[in-house]
Design a binder for this molecule. Structure first.
Ligand SMILES: [Zn+2]
Length: 414
């Protein structure tokens, strides 16, 4: 540190808020949200704006081949790997102003604050934004950070197409964000990500900071129950093979399992297809989704075993076939104790109310945690709502989360 006591440093909350509102105008919707899908013209404008701000703050820019952008502030010892923060600036079609954007602009505000006070860190700092985190236009989600972490190949990501058949490679080229750096060939000393919680827990507990210890493991299944279509009138109750009646028992159990594995267990049925979906026909086939989550893979394994056992029992009882197919899974990702503790210490020092938290949603930090010590900082969002144009966060929480980020990064960077 060169000047000023770093513990007394505070970010400029008004400047951060102004930047958030300015970026939110690109793709701003009538309802106050943002629609800035990955690799669109609007994404290009958003990227250009943030990169321009970074240059104004004296940062140097590198872009990798999947369009991840790294904005670097040198340290005293530039052979050290950078302490990095970041998130994403693409949004859902009915997205809000804060999801992702907050994490990127909070990083920029940390840099601006250090510039204001002439503070140089030992390790360099970097602010990153990752390509296509949302996965709305192109699948898979968390594409840029996933390629960076080697979860899938660059070629796989390049080949992904949107509903119009446009590929990631072509769209990335069109907006001018194919860089030269090989994804992953970029050292990271530690990684922090600030994000709105996207859930109601902090607000419900009236806490300002969520100290995130893990991202929940996720398993997605398709469950198919096969019965027999028959006329709703002539077929007496005892002689039916009603797939929907059997399916609803399994659906109820999915939710019951989520409840049984409190506090972090989640069980959701969000999608149901009934065949033939006709008022006077006994349903012959029902296909529905199951989404199970928990904070460790061992717990998700138990939930998986429970639902399979229950389905087998119901199938035996009713004689209907119940098939469960795992369609995708994401392991639980614990964060690094040093980073989690740095976040907690920062919240304490700053006098913000805080509580332990887990993330039920995926974030770029999940992939970074495979590469470097990683931690996340949550702040409340109104009613826990995100991926919605009404997504909202309070300026004082926005400021608080960024102050925690500043302190945590300074602690790591020295
Ligand atoms: Zn996000």
């Amino acid at each position: 540190m060169t000047s000023a006591n770093p513990h007394s440093l505070r970010i400029n909350g008004e400047r951060l808020w102004d930047s958030l509102m300015t970026l939110a105008r690109i793709g701003g919707t009538d309802k106050g949200g943002v629609c800035r899908l990955a690799l669109t013209e609007l994404d290009r404008q958003g990227r250009d704006l943030v990169v321009g701000w970074a240059r104004d703050a004296g940062l140097s820019i590198t872009v990798d081949q999947i369009g991840n952008v790294f904005m670097r502030r040198p340290g005293r010892n530039n052979s050290l790997p950078p302490v990095m923060t970041g998130s994403h600036i693409d949004t859902q079609p009915t997205g809000g102003k804060f999801d992702g954007n907050y994490g990127v602009l909070a990083g920029l505000e940390v840099v601006r604050t250090l510039n204001d006070h002439g503070i140089q860190t030992e390790a360099p700092l970097e602010v990153a934004f990752w390509t296509n985190e949302e996965g709305s236009r192109f699948v898979p989600v968390m594409m840029g950070s996933g390629v960076f972490a080697g979860a899938f190949t660059l070629e796989h990501a390049y080949a992904a197409t949107d509903t119009e058949g446009k590929s990631v490679k072509d769209e990335l080229t069109r907006i001018g964000y194919v860089g030269s750096e090989v994804p992953g060939q970029h050292p990271i000393g530690a990684y922090f990500e600030t994000h709105i919680e996207q859930g109601p827990v902090l607000e419900d507990n009236d806490k300002t900071i969520g100290v995130v210890s893990a991202v929940l493991g996720i398993r997605w299944y398709d469950c198919t129950v096969t019965g027999m279509e028959a006329h709703a009138g002539p077929t007496p109750m005892g002689l039916r093979k009603d797939a929907l009646q059997v399916a609803t028992r399994v659906m109820q159990e999915v939710v019951a399992i989520g409840n049984r594995y409190a506090p972090h267990g989640r069980g959701t049925v969000g999608m149901v297809n009934v065949h033939p979906n006709s008022r006077n026909v006994i349903p012959g086939r029902v296909k529905f989704s199951m989404d199970l989550r928990n904070s460790t893979d061992a717990l998700v394994d138990q939930m998986d075993a429970d639902i399979r056992a229950y389905a087998a029992q119901v199938a035996a009882e009713t004689g209907l076939k119940i098939e469960i197919e795992l369609v995708s899974h994401y392991p639980a990702q614990p964060f690094h104790a040093d980073c989690v503790n740095a976040v907690q210490r920062a919240a304490e020092r700053l006098g913000y109310s805080h509580m332990p938290a887990v993330s039920g949603a995926g974030h770029d930090a999940v992939y970074m945690a495979k590469l470097a010590p990683t931690g996340m900082i949550f702040i409340p969002c109104k009613d826990g709502i995100s991926h919605n144009e009404i997504e909202d966060a309070k300026p004082e929480h926005i400021t608080a989360g960024c102050n925690v980020l500043l302190q945590a990064m300074l602690e790591r960077a020295g």
